[in-house]
Design a binder for this molecule. Structure first.
Ligand code: DGY
Length: 326
């Protein structure tokens, strides 16, 4: 029987590629950068399976360009880059990588929260530039964390993990839920309270965003939302950039409408909104939430297992459209 052909749109950890090589002929984009669209569409013309990234748009045009495709595996938990309805309409399975990056991303949210609240990057800069003149009572005063209120927007896997990790800080936890479903773990473990968005904005000292990007969450945080937050509050985003209207965030940070922000994701990656990088009250990371050795390796092996299942006509472990197997 002819071996399947697989294309991987960018280098991922070798463990996943090795698994795929055992069952198929595999090619990996040799350039460590997002692929040019026309090149990608040409490259997948004879492929049975593709592993792609959050930077690849997986839509009708993509599927049209791959007439023998049997499935697509996303190397990410977020799947706003995939037109799942279109894949389902065509009977094509698509998958993501939930679970394996939960702790890594939740830890990154804490890193940002503390870095923003305790002005870590700003202080580090003063040390490195030789400007520190010695200890001073009014230097680099930041926000308190212990005992404050943490608002989780999107209490799914990562939002729940983030809140649970904060147990030692004795915070009051609020959360929102787009489905209105209550989070039994947060409520029983942390006495967390399900609240509406306005209450979360008004009462939180720290807001951490963990909601997926959907039409309903795009620009959920804009000038109006920032104006309803406490002027001493901080916002952290490790989910998807467009949940925040970035120009409005820059304005809010400049005006002191809120105290600070910690960002791992941006509205137009890899760019940042004009003015953001010049502000001292924001900490900016280059979308590294899942960038730990074990998470990135586990993402690769999960994506590989998913794609192998699709090629063999089996339902993948973390399928985004399992109904096609009914
Ligand atoms: C994801 O998985 O969605 C992250 O943004 C990258 O790991």
């Amino acid at each position: 029987m002819e071996r399947h052909r697989i294309f991987i749109t960018r280098q991922i950890p070798e463990e996943g590629i090795e698994m795929l090589r055992r069952v198929a002929d595999v090619e990996v984009n040799p350039v460590d950068a997002p692929m040019d669209r026309a090149e990608l569409l040409a490259r997948i013309a004879d492929c049975h399976g593709v592993v792609g990234l959050l930077t690849d748009r997986i839509d009708a045009e993509f599927f049209d360009a791959a007439p023998v495709l049997k499935g697509y595996a996303n190397y990410a938990v977020g799947f706003d880059n995939i037109d799942v309805a279109e894949a389902t309409r065509r009977g094509l399975p698509v998958s993501n990588t939930p679970g394996v990056l939960t702790n890594a991303t939740a830890e990154c949210a804490w890193a940002l929260l503390f870095a923003a609240a305790r002005r870590v990057v700003e202080s580090d800069g003063v040390m490195r530039s030789g400007q520190w003149t010695g200890w001073g009572p009014l230097q680099f005063i930041g926000g308190d964390v212990s005992g404050k209120t943490l608002g989780i927007v999107g209490a799914g896997r990562i939002g729940t993990a983030m809140a649970l990790m904060g147990r030692g800080f004795n915070m009051k936890v609020l959360y929102t839920s787009s489905s209105g479903r209550r989070n039994a773990v947060l409520e029983s473990e942390l006495n967390a309270r399900l609240v509406d968005f306005d209450t979360l904005l008004a009462e939180s000292d720290f807001i951490s965003i963990h909601t997926p990007l959907t039409p309903a969450t795009r620009h959920l945080f804009d000038a109006a939302s920032f104006s309803r937050m406490k002027p001493t509050a901080y916002i952290v985003n490790t989910a998807r950039g467009p949940v925040i209207k970035e120009d409005d965030l820059v304005a809010a940070l400049k005006a002191g409408t809120i105290a600070g922000a910690g960002l791992d994701v941006y509205e137009n990656e890899p760019s940042m909104a004009p003015g953001l990088a010049e502000l001292d009250n924001v900490v900016v990371l280059p979308h590294v939430g899942s960038a730990t050795r074990s998470s990135r390796t586990d993402m690769a092996t999960l994506a590989a297992r998913n794609l192998i299942a699709m090629l063999e006509g089996r339902r993948p472990e973390t399928c985004l459209n399992p109904e096609i197997y009914d």
